[in-house]
Design a protein around this ligand. Structure first.
Ligand code: Z5A
Ligand code: MG
Length: 295
């Protein structure tokens, strides 16, 4: 049984709750009789420490007796996840590199790229599908009173794809020959909207813990550069889209944590934002919200 708070060892009263009318208008169903779990999402650029901190939080909650499950996106174990993983591990080649590697001409190089590469739009939708596959399971866990921690979510989906479209000079999936001029403000918001479309209606997190770090500091961490998006200029573009998404969410849900500190300090920073949210969710007795970006 879920407890009302990770720091409050007394079990939360069970039985029928009378707080139904305070349920959010977009709640998916009747409020639960016992408190649902909290849906906690971690976001941030590459190597900001999300996986380290989601694991640390999971273990802290487990030790406190709070039922918790850690989900990671992309989930590389599913069939869509395997396609995503292959895509990420296959570093994009420029046209010149493709010719060097055996394509006889420009046209042949283009044809090779088309055959072997997923388009930016196709991989975007695959990442989204990978999240939709997990929604029923996450909803069930939350309703059972289990807290769910997600290591990346739809905000990553938007940030990485939008960064490709809006900072095309540094798009790691196109060659310089394919670069487009920077978009106008209208195009920028149309692009953002397109990127959100595939994820509209997903479960809305109770809190987004944003791991705030300068891309140059993150790039100095171990194993940086092994996958296709791990290029510092591209990460700057990703960070700027995260900034826009954070402003849209507002400080009530989007909580920045200074991720450049020692792991122990970051852990305490994370706890400082997560604990009050868990207490609030336990007290409110509202159902899950399935209204991400549906406004
Ligand atoms: N992607 C996308 O395009 N669209 C989507 O919808 C989604 C994702 C969901 C793979 O994701 C890629 O998919 C990713 C975005 C894109 N871009 N790339 N490449 P992933 O989540 O599977 O990526 P990852 O392999 O887990 O890397 P990561 O998430 O970027 O790293 P992290 O989880 O943020 O960091 P970490 O693994 O915890 O730590 C990295 C290193 O830093 C490690 O050596 C730690 O020991 C060290 N570390 C951690 N914390 C600290 C502190 N505080 N100080 C010093 N060193 C530290
Ligand atoms: Mg990670």
């Amino acid at each position: 049984m879920a407890r009302s708070s990770p720091t409050d060892p007394s079990p939360t009263p069970t039985g029928n709750s009378s707080s139904s009318s305070s349920s959010a208008s977009n709640s998916s169903s009747d409020p639960p009789a016992s408190p649902r779990g909290t849906f906690i999402v971690f976001e941030g650029i590459d190597r900001s420490g999300k996986s380290s901190q989601t694991a640390a939080l999971c273990s802290r909650l487990t030790t406190a007796g709070v039922p918790v499950v850690l989900k990671r996106f992309p989930d590389r174990t599913t069939s869509t996840g395997k396609m995503i993983s292959a895509y990420l591990e296959n570093t994009a080649q420029t046209k010149a590199e493709r010719i060097r590697n055996g394509a006889a001409s420009d046209a042949a190089a283009d044809a090779t790229a088309e055959e072997t590469e997923l388009s930016d739009q196709a991989i975007h939708v695959l990442f989204s599908t990978n999240r939709w596959e997990a929604q029923t399971a996450i909803k069930r866990l939350l309703r059972q009173g289990t807290t769910v921690i997600a290591d990346r979510y739809a905000y990553s989906g938007v940030a990485y794809t939008a960064a490709k479209f809006t900072t095309s000079a540094t798009n790691p999936t196109t060659s310089t020959e394919d670069s487009q001029p920077p978009p106008t403000a209208t195009n920028f918001y149309n692009t953002l909207s397109w990127c959100k479309n595939a994820d509209r209606g997903l479960l809305t997190p109770d809190v987004v813990v944003f791991m705030d770090i300068d891309p140059a500091v993150a790039a100095a961490r171990a194993e940086y550069g092994n996958e296709r998006y791990e290029k510092i200029e591209f990460q700057r573009g990703v960070a700027s889209i995260f900034e826009v998404l954070g402003e849209e969410e507002g400080v009530g849900r989007w909580k920045k944590v200074d991720a450049a500190r020692s792991a122990e300090e970051v852990k305490e920073g994370v706890w400082g934002v997560v604990e009050p949210v868990m207490q609030r969710v336990a007290a409110e007795r509202r159902g899950c919200r399935e209204d991400l970006w549906l406004d």
